[in-house]
Design a protein around this ligand. Sequence first.
Ligand code: NAD
Length: 363
Amino acid sequence: MIFEKMAQYDYEQLVFCHDETSGLKAIICIHDTTLGPALGGCRFWNYDSEEDAIVDVMRLARGMTYKNAAAGLNLGGAKTVVIGDPKTDKSEAFFRALGRYINSLDGRYITAEDVGTTVEDMDMIYQETPYVCGVSESYGSGGNPSPMTALGVYYAMKRTAKEAFGDDSLDGKTIAVQGVGNVAYNMCEFLHEEGAKLIVADINEEAVQRAVDDFGAEAVSVDDIYSVDADIFAPCALGGILNDKTIPALKVKMVCGSANNQLLEEDKHGQMLKERDIMYAPDFVVNSGGVINVADELEGYNRERATKKIKGIYDQMDKIFAIAKEQDILPLQAAEHLAESRIDTMMRVHSKYSAKPKRQMKQ
Ligand code: NAD
């Protein structure tokens, strides 16, 4: 049954990690390492069942293969899920045990933060393995990736605006922002500076107030954010929010935000947006600034280099829109094609024999 699942999308490896002392129960899934070592975060979640955890880690690992490939990174896709309650189950022993498992993969897998894990958790993993990103800045990391993710969303939004409105300026555009947390607050700063008008909604009153005070944003309820009169909708909170109920309510011309997996059902809801003439910017490209920033640590973090690469999301979007037009497909499908074609090409390049010394020759 598990091998059948692995065969469906050609997964490479599933690693079940158990440590009795610390109570660690984790699954590492490596989907594809054609482009390089597989990088993907570590999610700590109280799954209802082991089956749910396996399904999730496999889905997320495959998503990372596409995100890393489309971002132009020389990295494959993987993910870890830890089964447990992040509020009560964390300990030094827990993360050091996980670090040892990651180390045993000898660089095939590199971890980082995800939902439920923090910089402090990565620091504990770093005590056992170098194959971890997103550690404390004192260890040479880029720190919190959210401002860099926001920069990427901003550039993706500009390029998508060019497609939807014929011009990449966001000056005077009205942008409805769902969730003004870490990424969206920084994104709003860029948008405000450029002269955009912001409408925001969040379940956290303080987050809303901060956007109102700092950027003169208009606040609306979390239910009303879908139907406000705006040019752009920026989902920056949850996944699955573009669905049968919300798409008919939208009055915007384009959707571009940081949230992962915004379309509840990719094909159906991608098509529904197209039929309503709403341009959808593929979320895994839009929000790839975070992974680009984190991956830069692997070469010794350099903020200037990371910033340049993240601004390059504008050009990636350029390519994606060109493929979409050429092949008459949705930009989301074009982004997937771009990722698949990069993997396929590199697989063929790698098929060329290149000698590696196997043993020292006698002098
Ligand atoms: P965050 O937790 O700081 O912000 C999310 C905000 O959404 C919070 O303020 C929260 O109160 C709000 N929210 C939750 N439910 C809501 C609802 N029903 N309606 C309105 N607001 C709601 O998270 P973040 O780091 O800013 O990430 C935002 C999104 O971007 C997530 O989907 C995340 O997976 C994705 N993302 C983040 C990064 C990153 O670098 N942080 C990178 C890639 C993708």
